[in-house]
Design a protein around this ligand. Structure first.
Ligand SMILES: NC(=O)c1ccc[n+]([C@@H]2O[C@H](COP(=O)([O-])OP(=O)(O)OC[C@H]3O[C@@H](n4cnc5c(N)ncnc54)[C@H](O)[C@@H]3O)[C@@H](O)[C@H]2O)c1
Length: 286
């Protein structure tokens, strides 16, 4: 079997999620990284590509150049799938152009900068006939998949209540003022989008609640806070949720929960039983 030829946009030296995508692609050994543009700086992109063992002529200085040059290569050599792992303001344009150039796309969350961009991208994906995959890391864990299956099999009965929370503590201080690159773009509305903590980690909690329950959120009411003085985007918030079947829920996302790292948790309660982290509980009468 031939491996899928993977190209990458973002994920240069020192970046966070690009390296995770490369590790994930190697786990089942079905992908081969063949090209990339790893930074907005041509020099850093080249250095990252060489470090990853790529041929220098397959390391590009812009995503536009990558799509154009790869499209001109023979069909059995060019990249087939593009993984996009850049900050949020660079999701929509590279994803749309990749689809329009005939590549399948794997995009890390959050989907885009705005709702309108997300809708446009969904249309571009349908029109392209290519696969468009949006990755929310946590749905890949075996226990999360098992939790979803337990709900699907009806073992909890009709779902009534969902609590989901994602506390982090790394933005408890004014990190963006100390040259922390990740903090700088995540707290900058021009690069992160309209949301801070809610876009960065609230989306994971939201996705987990819908994925495990199999239910869509239809209404919400949110209380969003900026806790750290001088910060431009929310770093904390709580959301009341209503699901399509009438169930209600609470979502909490915070990046100022000092001491926490990535403490995502979900609890789901139905008429017959509940899921609490790794525990499945059923009432005695069931
Ligand atoms: N699923 C998860 O758990 C998870 C975790 C972290 C980040 N993310 C998402 O992944 C994305 C990237 O986050 P990160 O933490 O890896 O950020 P990062 O700042 O660590 O890395 C971003 C990378 O993109 C590169 N880049 C910037 N502009 C570019 C351009 N024009 N062309 C090519 N490369 C460019 C940077 O040089 C850097 O290598 C974000 O959208 C974030 O929401 C998801």
């Amino acid at each position: 079997m031939q491996k899928l030829r993977l190209g990458m946009v973002g994920g240069g030296m020192g970046a966070f999620i690009g390296a995770v995508h490369r590790i994930a692609a190697r786990i089942d050994d079905q992908y081969e990284l063949v090209c990339g543009v790893f930074s907005s700086s041509a020099e850093n992109s080249r250095a990252s590509g060489l470090m990853l063992g790529l041929s220098p002529d397959r390391v590009y200085s812009s995503y536009q150049e990558l799509f154009e040059k790869e499209s001109q290569l023979p069909e059995d050599q060019r990249a087939q799938v593009i993984s996009i792992v850049t900050p949020n303001h660079l999701h929509y344009e590279p994803a749309r152009q990749a689809l329009e150039s005939g590549f399948h796309v794997i995009l890390d969350k959050p989907m885009t900068f705005s709702l309108q961009e997300a809708k446009d991208l969904a249309n571009a994906a349908s029109a392209s006939g290519r696969l468009f995959c949006l990755t929310h890391t946590y749905t890949g864990y075996p226990m999360v998949k098992e939790a979803r299956q337990i709900v699907q099999e009806g073992r909890l009965g009709r779902i009534r209540k969902i609590y989901v929370e994602y506390p982090q503590g790394w933005l408890s201080g004014f990190e963006e003022g100390s040259g922390n690159k990740q903090a700088s773009w995540r707290t900058n509305p021009d690069q992160s989008g309209a949301a801070g903590a809610m876009g960065d980690i609230g989306t994971h909690a939201f996705n987990l609640a819908e994925y495990v329950s199999g239910l869509e959120v239809t209404k919400l009411c949110a209380d969003i806070n900026i806790v750290v003085e001088g910060r431009k985007l929310d770093d904390d918030g709580a959301v009341l949720l209503k699901f399509a079947n009438g169930a209600s829920g609470v979502l909490m996302a915070s990046q100022v929960a000092a001491g926490e790292e990535n403490n995502i948790k979900i609890r789901v309660y139905g008429e017959k039983g509940g899921l609490n982290g790794s525990k499945v509980m059923q009432t005695a009468s069931c």
